[in-house]
Design a protein around this ligand. Structure first.
Ligand code: NDP
Length: 470
């Protein structure tokens, strides 16, 4: 008799779980995956994919405005229909969700549409029919869920990005709370679709942790798009009145909005999973504690993706899921390295970044050289749009190795992907300089920045001749 019903049981049909299930099945493991909602997880259903579709929709606003400078006359004022976009998005994510499902089935994975709870280190209960399943290994890949600050009276009237995607009525007046990825992306795109957007956050500036020059540049671009920025501001109370949601903000000013979206972070989705039944350790934020191989403290239980709160990005979850399957079922021990991960923020213009910011580099390295450029993108020269592209290269002044590259501008996300390879390979500034430019592009600036903008020398070091420009 087989000791287990399946070799692997995956809880959660998002990017990490699906990848792990498919790869493990490919190695010959018997695999069952449980998903209680729609196959695809946050990224496909209510994250990256629908967000990017909405970003594309929003950018037509700039294209229509730019067209005039290039000789075009539009027949009338372009109008935007929100229900059309929502329906088109829904069709696309349904298609993708079905592809995820089919790929699992084609790989021989058993798919169960239910919530699953852990009963002990090798046993799960399927909530839909009460069945118990015995699994050799369990992979927790349940992702994260938006945090809604419960102490603000009326917070239940606010929504998260999950609901904003599918609002039946377009929000003409939108308050976005938070200054992270989700907040700035939604502020940028809804402003372009026609909302009057107010962006309020507790800090001094948007996108804490990103390079300061990009943060300042993005803030200016958001303002150009008509977003009102309120730093150091949070809601104190939200009330529903006849004309909308009346929000009392820090300083006791009240404003009325059609919708209030909270984007104040996400927490690991571990509640009610039964992790405690098996003795799985979580950290103070509720994230499952794992090592570089995604192993928990319980030998048969593993976790990947946002539920582990390492680097909460889709490609990272996919890599973790793949590495887990390689290690546990493919005989290829693979740890995931969480350093030097390129990332993009899909505002308009967008941010693409890899490696250390200038501020981080200066904390670690004795001599840091910065090469920076700020210029008007070519498309804006004829349209007259006051947009600025910012590019920065951060270099170890002692070895010439490129530590980080940061871009705010058209196609920055695409550039970050390729720059990620150079930085991973340990490219030096001299390697960048030796690379021929592609002309005319914005990216050519990255290989033509000859003059150092600043050099930062740690005070304890003798700066030497020519140093301490910055
Ligand atoms: P982030 O962690 O990026 O930002 C959270 C924001 O909320 C910050 O401005 C933070 O302020 C603020 N905040 C946190 N707690 C509180 C609080 N108690 N009261 C008031 N403000 C608070 O989270 P997001 O929700 O924007 O995104 C979640 C994750 O999803 C990100 O970490 C990212 O990895 C991922 N994501 C990635 C995208 C991409 O790759 N393009 C797009 C969208 C999401 P402070 O800075 O002061 O802490």
């Amino acid at each position: 008799m087989k000791p287990f019903d399946v070799d692997l049981f995956v809880i959660g049909g998002g990017s990490g779980g699906v990848r792990a299930a498919r790869i493990a099945a490919g190695y010959g493991a018997s695999v069952m995956i449980a998903e209680e909602y729609r196959m695809g997880g946050t990224c496909v259903i209510r994250g990256c994919v629908p967000k990017k579709l909405y970003v594309y929709a929003s950018r037509f606003a700039d294209d229509f405005a730019d067209a005039k400078g290039f000789g075009w006359t539009l027949p009338g004022k372009p109008t935007f229909d929100w229900p059309t976009l929502v329906a088109a998005k829904e069709r696309e994510i349904s298609r993708l969700s079905q592809i995820y499902r089919n790929n699992l089935l084609n790989a021989g994975v058993q798919v169960v549409e239910t919530r699953a709870e852990i009963l002990d280190a090798n046993t799960l209960r399927l909530v839909s029919d009460g069945r118990t399943i015995r699994a050799g290994k369990i992979l927790v890949a349940t992702g994260g869920t938006p945090v809604l600050e419960p102490s603000v009276p009326g917070v239940e009237l606010a929504i998260s990005s999950n609901e904003l995607f599918d609002l039946p009525v377009f929000p003409n007046r939108l308050l976005v709370i938070g200054g992270g990825y989700i907040a700035v992306e939604f502020a940028s795109l809804f402003a372009r679709l026609g909302s009057k957007v107010t962006l309020a956050f507790r800090g001094e500036n948007v996108l804490r942790g990103f390079d300061d020059d990009l943060r300042d540049g993005l803030r200016t671009e958001l303002q150009h798009a008509g977003v009102e920025i309120l730093p150091g501001t949070l809601p104190k109370r939200i009330e529903k009145r006849a004309d909308g949601l009346v929000v009392t903000l820090t300083g006791d000013e009240t404003r009325t909005f059609d919708q209030v979206m909270l984007a104040t972070g996400r927490r690991p989705h571990t509640l009610g999973l039964g992790l405690e039944n098996a003795g799985v350790e979580c950290d103070h934020a509720g994230a499952v504690k794992v090592d570089a191989y995604s192993r928990t403290n319980v030998a048969s239980i593993y976790a990947v993706g946002d539920v582990t709160n390492r680097v909460n990005l889709t490609p990272v979850a996919i890599r973790e899921g793949h590495a887990f399957a390689d290690t546990e079922f493919g005989g290829k021990e693979t740890a995931v390295v969480h350093a030097g991960i390129p990332t993009a923020v899909f505002t308009t213009p967008e941010i693409g970044t890899v490696g250390l910011s200038e501020q981080e580099a200066r904390k670690i390295f004795d001599i840091v050289d910065v090469y920076a450029a700020s210029f008007r993108p070519m498309i804006a020269t004829l349209s007259g749009r006051p947009e600025k592209t910012i590019m920065k290269i951060v270099v170890d002044g002692q070895t010439d190795q490129v530590l980080g590259v940061h871009i705010l501008g058209y196609g920055a996300g695409e550039m970050a992907q390729l720059l990620g390879i150079s930085v991973k390979l340990g490219a030096t500034k001299a390697d960048f300089d030796a690379t021929m430019a592609v002309h005319p592009t914005a990216a050519e600036e990255l290989v033509t920045m000859r003059t150092r903008s600043a050099r930062y020398v740690r005070e304890t070091l003798d700066a030497g001749p020519g140093a301490a420009i910055g």
